[in-house]
Write a protein that binds this ligand. Sequence first.
Ligand code: FAD
Ligand code: SF4
Length: 522
Amino acid sequence: MATQEKVDVAIVGAGPSGSIFADVLARAGKKVVVLEFGPDWDYKQFVSSEIWGKRLKHAPRFQLAGGHNPGHGSNAGWGTGGAMIHFFANWPRLHPNDFKVKSQYGKGLDWPFTYDELLPYYDRIADDVGISGDAAQERRWYPVGKAYPMPPLKTFRQGDIFNDAFKAHGIPLAPMPVAINSTPYKGRPACVNCGWCHVGCAIGAAASPLVNHLRGARGRGAEVRPYSYVTRVLTNQSGDRVIGVEYFDAKREQHVQPAATVVLAAYAAEIPRIMFNSATDKHPKGLSNRNELVGKYLMCHSAANVWALFDEDVQNYMGTAANQFMSYETYDKRWPKKGFGSIFLRTGAAMKPNVGLASARPDLFGPPLADFMKRAARGLTRIGVFGEVMPRAENRVELSSDKDEFGLPIARIIHAYDQDAIDSWDYGCEQALEIAKAAKPKEAWRSGGPGTAHLIGGTIMGTDASDSVTNSYGQTHELANLYLAGAGLFPTEGSVNPTSTLMAVSLRGAEHMAKNFGAIAS
Ligand SMILES: Cc1cc2nc3c(=O)[nH]c(=O)nc-3n(C[C@H](O)[C@H](O)[C@H](O)COP(=O)(O)OP(=O)(O)OC[C@H]3O[C@@H](n4cnc5c(N)ncnc54)[C@H](O)[C@@H]3O)c2cc1C
Ligand code: SF4
């Protein structure tokens, strides 16, 4: 086993959350190494093809159980940039009531800080990343903060077609804020509306760590080591500090990377797994897990699509993988007549053969599917529904008895929705179906489900070790020089896509680490 030279910060995972830590700590003059399981991507090598795009996503390394499985679709980062290199770039934010669900509604959990405390970080991330949208229109629903740096993206018929139907249901729409350039921004070009974002934007119009924080970190001297699979975090003999990580390289040779601090930014399923696998006699249940909360309170968004097929050309092949419009009108947690939790409606995302057309009718196969896809290629559109689900300790990540190719137990995810979640999802879908029908398509139908999207929680933050794994900065309660980053920290999830929030939370955590570095480093 080779031992590398000691660094100030070892970061596990080169997705958006790890890249922010790398950028902030490199800017603070620290020696940073980022260990990334997958390859080192260059967006200029991306090819607008669904077959080619499969190489951006790795095979899952977790087992599923429990009833409503989170699946793999929204949880598939691999290589520099993480899942953000092929995400759909929707950029909505949480609302003030999402941070105080327990205090305001007597359900779920509270965050250890308020929306107001996170707001400056949301605004700074929007500037760094480059967001297109219209904050003025969103202010009818919540105090969104500063104007976005770019105006909204161009719209196409498949989004516009629903405008009147939503209005008729008393649900106003606003442009979706998106992490895609509507104008040239910070040296990157404007989007050309080709709709291939889900296999990686080959011109750099979509934001990702490859064009912002990871690039910034490298410019400031951070080293990025691709094909480095981290298996364990190492602790000192007394068990009160982490001292580095152990990893395998592309040749399957094992290394130790000594480090004064460690950041786990490997996404919600993998972080608890690494913490469990790092158990020692001083941490017999895994790192920072004396309270047995590691892995608990795992959440997904309930998800569905309502499909509408028109005879006319709705321009569904143009635009972006991000939606054109969204509404927070249904975001009040008491809005659903059945169940509890906010509902987020969106519409107008571009469709390609796999992402959209084929998945609209999973019951079809062979000639009937080909027939349907011919009609759908120009006439199909949809309304997307995300529902909020309350955190429950029994939804969790634990270790499986199955092992990976390096002999370490893989993660087992146990997840099921409660009745509140199923009822609110059902109510949200029924509303979306009524709206879709009001636009007078040839046919409209609901997808099956409830489906799932995004993996959230599992290493939640809170006020102290009685309720959480980390403090509000992602610093673990038991090991002052171990930080966690990403949506795994969220105590509740709202019903919006998580990346704007996890990047704002990461920026807050990284600056805390930089400021307190002298006191915490081993
Ligand atoms: C298809 C799809 C569409 C999405 N659309 C949206 C959207 O529209 N809006 C939105 O807000 N979010 C969206 N998301 C979610 C978004 O991509 C994630 O929230 C975000 O990428 C999470 O960032 P992260 O840095 O925490 O984790 P990731 O991006 O998952 O990065 C984690 C990195 O850690 C690496 N890693 C894992 N284990 C190890 C290990 N043991 N050793 C070393 N490295 C490791 C992985 O290879 C990966 O590169 C989408 C995701 C997918 C897959
Ligand atoms: S639609 Fe725009 S952001 Fe998406 S891949 Fe094409 S150019 Fe890039």
